[in-house]
Design a protein around this ligand. Structure first.
Ligand code: PGA
Length: 257
């Protein structure tokens, strides 16, 4: 983390977990655990159907509500999809774009990721763009090339003044939901490389200001060490964000000076 230049953001990605009733219980449990300190922003990416209730449940707290996906068109014949404007009107502040599960199961491509980034930005929603290599790519030694390509594709056509609204989340696919976390060195190496890509595409000032998260089996045990890396400005947390006590512990780890 480097709070002098950029925001620390801890985001919980609930995926297809927690019903409305469970969300209410989670909110009741988390509220008293949220520390008053303002060192980091807290985001919860909830299932779309629970967004309006989650916004209500976390009103007047530090928790911003996020969606897990968005369509790239503004409106139209896209059965089952939601537009950025629909999300914005419901109080959504962030949206995950290009999570590896969506790339893998729902044909999300670098092209659609880029279009979704533009759609979200047009409505003032902050994209959380996920990039990450497979185990095969890591073993082949092409991690940095792959990440560079994904970041460049995601940012294509994004004007300099909007880049700071984007969070880039480095999520090695082999670490997601597997209990296998990247080492602090691996996380830092890739997050630093992502910042270098942003610097080359834009400039040093913008690269310094952009928030880069690590995601992939981040939990109460490893969060502090990962967040201590200079280029890791937060976490995108799946499994460990489903329990209020664990999520609060990770937020507190990010709140340490
Ligand atoms: P995990 O998921 O923390 O359960 O590994 C992270 C993510 O997919 O964003």
């Amino acid at each position: 983390m480097n709070r002098r230049y950029r925001k620390t953001v801890i985001a919980g990605n609930w995926k297809m977990n927690l019903t409305l009733t469970e969300t209410q219980t989670f909110a009741e449990e988390l509220r008293p655990l949220l520390s008053r300190s303002k060192w980091c922003d807290v985001v919860l990416c909830v299932p779309a159907i629970n967004i309006p209730n989650a916004v209500r449940l976390f009103k007047n707290t530090r928790v911003a509500i996020a969606a897990q996906n968005v369509h790239y068109e503004d409106h139209g014949a896209f059965t089952g999809e939601l537009s950025a404007r629909m999300l914005r009107e419901q109080g959504v502040k962030y949206v995950i774009i290009g999570h590896s599960e969506r790339r893998q199961y729902y044909n999300e491509t670098d092209f659609t990721v880029n279009r979704k980034v533009h759609a979200a930005l047009a409505e003032g929603i902050n994209p959380i763009v996920c990039v990450g290599e497979s185990l095969e790519q890591r073993e082949l030694g092409v991690t940095l090339e792959h990440i560079t390509y994904q970041v460049k594709a995601a940012l294509s056509g994004v004007p300099a003044e909007k880049v700071r609204k984007i969070i880039l989340a480095y999520e090695p696919i082999w670490a997601i939901g597997t209990g296998k976390t990247a080492t602090t060195q691996q996380a830092e190496e890739v997050c630093q490389a992502i910042r270098t890509v942003v610097r080359k595409l834009y400039d040093a000032r913008i690269a310094r200001a952009v928030t880069i998260q690590y995601g992939g089996s981040m939990n109460t045990k490893n969060a502090a060490e990962l967040l201590a890396q200079p280029d890791v400005d937060g976490g995108l947390i799946g499994g460990a964000s489903l329990k209020a006590a664990d999520f609060a512990e990770i937020i507190n780890a990010a709140n340490q000076e």
